[in-house]
Design a binder for this molecule. Structure first.
Ligand SMILES: [Zn+2]
Length: 245
């Protein structure tokens, strides 16, 4: 008899960890440390397993039998290193962290140029420490560029040089990529593949199961994604991906 697969795989997207700063242009991107912990506890209590992005990508195209979630952090904020990674390590979990290679040890210049709050970015030693602790380090370009707006040559540089720079820090191959601002098109996907990446995440809402491996949708977790609200968003992601059960 054919086994009925009922599980869903989702990739959660986090940015900054901390109390929302109302002065920020993206105040909703701050998730308080206590809220992150409560989300992890809520998902565990509701029978969701926390796994790595690699686990989710490894299992082929079919849905798993159990609901699973992987955690990703875009931009490699120091606040994620300080407040989120220890909570994950406590729970035997890891995450994929997408680093803007030109901002390592600096600040989020791409946001501050646009008038937003300055936030510190992890330094090389912290990135290496997380990699050694089992976290996956991916690339999020050199400058957090709008990839749709730059030349082929600049595009190639953003995807290849960031990969090389991060590999030099962690001493491992970088296989995962995150499109800045979630912007991608055919040209960008081709450049990411040509640079040697094996997968890429977008910011489009959806579940991971049936997606193209270079257009993996995510669930963007915002400041108010308290248990039931997070579940509502996951259910919206399931609908967006055409899953009705
Ligand atoms: Zn970003």
């Amino acid at each position: 008899m054919k086994k009925t697969l009922t599980g869903t795989d989702v990739v959660l997207l986090y940015h900054r960890i901390g109390r929302p700063k109302l002065s920020s242009l993206v105040a909703g991107q701050y998730v308080a440390p206590w809220l992150l912990k409560s989300e992890l506890n809520y998902l565990a209590a509701n029978n969701w397993s926390g796994v790595s992005l690699a686990d989710i990508l490894d299992r082929g195209k079919a849905s798993p039998e159990k609901n699973r979630f992987a955690i990703t952090f875009d931009d490699a904020y120091l606040s994620a290193y300080e407040h989120a990674c220890p909570a994950l390590i406590d729970r035997n979990m890891s995450a994929t962290i997408y680093v803007v290679s030109g901002a390592i040890g600096g600040i989020n210049e791409w946001d501050s140029r646009a008038g937003d709050q300055c936030e510190s970015i992890m330094n090389a030693a912290q990135i290496r420490e997380l990699s050694d602790a089992g976290f996956e380090i991916g690339s999020h370009t050199i400058t957090h560029a709008h990839l749709t707006d730059i030349s082929d040559e600049q595009l190639q540089q953003e995807v290849t040089d960031s990969k090389n720079a991060i590999e030099d820090i962690i001493g491992k191959e970088v296989v995962s990529f995150s499109y800045p601002y979630g912007n991608f098109d055919e040209r960008i996907v081709a450049a990411v593949k040509a640079a040697g990446y094996q997968n890429a995440v977008s910011a489009k809402l959806g579940v991971a199961g049936l997606s193209d491996i270079f257009e993996i949708p995510r669930v963007n977790v915002r400041w108010n994604a308290f248990g039931p609200l997070l579940m509502r968003k996951i259910n919206r992601a399931r609908k967006a991906s055409g899953i009705t059960h």
